[in-house]
Ligand binder design. Sequence first.
Ligand code: SF4
Length: 454
Amino acid sequence: MIATYADFTKESQKVMADPGHRARINAYTEEYQQSFDKASSHFSNLELARRRAAHLRWKTINHLDKYLIEFESKVIRSGGKVIWAQDNAEAVEAINAILKKQGQSKFVSKSNSVSRDLANSAQWQKEQVEVMEVDYGNFILHADNDQASHSVLPALHKSKEEIATAFSRHFDVKDKTPEGLAKLINSEMRHSLLNAQVAVTGAQFIVADEGASVLCDDEGASLFIAAQPRTGIIIAGIDSMLTSLHDLDLLLTLYGTYSTGQTLRTYNTIVKGPKQPGELSGPEELYIILLDNGKTEVLAQEEQRQVLSCINCGACLPASSIYKTVGGKAYPGPAQSVAAPVSFGTSEYKYLAELATLDGSGSEACPVKINFPKLVLHNRKQFVQEGLNSNNEKLFYYAWKKSMLKRDIISWTGINARNKVIDAYYKSKEGLRQMPSAAPKSFNQQWREKMGYR
Ligand code: SF4
């Protein structure tokens, strides 16, 4: 769930005043960089691999309509069923209908960034359906009723003490060390997996030419899910499409490298239809839910469409100064700065595009070379064309432009006036650093004095 502007400001003020939070994000960023450097050294030419991946994804996204139809027909041919869901609510409804048909009131969920919101839907409580999470990070979030901080490693913002406290509310926690907590998660997840009749999992990619779904993780739960439960439900974003299994060669390697700094994620499972006669494992019934969630709106925008090339690796997060400061619970990352205002409503989410720093760090970190500064500027241009900018903002930029174009105006305002503007604009909040005051004499003044100019 993407935070509204009000929730974003509330959460970021809280997090910015928490040095522990920032220390955890920084520690992760350093660790990630080291693993990434090691894993990326396996590419003989990383830049060429990125260019190829960008081209593959762009080509696929531009013909998505054709590939979706091909994918659907291949899934049906191998005995699976395809459900099209416009948004999360429709996907939840579809899963609920399958559960009712099977006479089940619980399911295991191996959530990823696509399916996480579905597994956390308030609807399950109303329907009295039990959701048993079998993804490490999401298991922790589920226990603490919290939100993800990173698309691939959702609970990286949690300290071991916070995890132990959250678990104590649900389980008898005897060992509060990281090893003890991991053991507890393993045992709970194993119990859920062994008894699962229905499993819901998020696909990393879907493949048109084979009607296949690709599941990736490091714990092996997705492999188990693909083999054991009677009914399998796979949630796939329509934009996770690849044209052919051959594309996996490049994209799985890039995904492993950029998501967790591994040469490949530990378990990569390809699911192609339900169990066939003579096969020993696999679901008897397989449903693929193709989730739109506003992607069609993005696809309709010729410029912003490029953001659909995203492979949800999360690499742009640690590269972003906003993420490093406020974390990912409030800030969903550069890709959503482009997509969310188009997908979910400009007035509610335009703040994400306005927030973007345009420094290009996200693009440099992105394996599919999404040009964030260009796309964000397109968003901003659209906001202006639609007349969504307030009069105060227009006035501010009018004054800003005037003074930036005329040095005399800046000099005339004097240091005190500028300090007042800075103070008013960057109001200090409790627990946050104060804005430093400007020097008593501007550089311009000092230079003039030094050079003897009038
Ligand atoms: S935008 Fe690029 S870096 Fe960010 S999650 Fe998507 S693919 Fe990864």
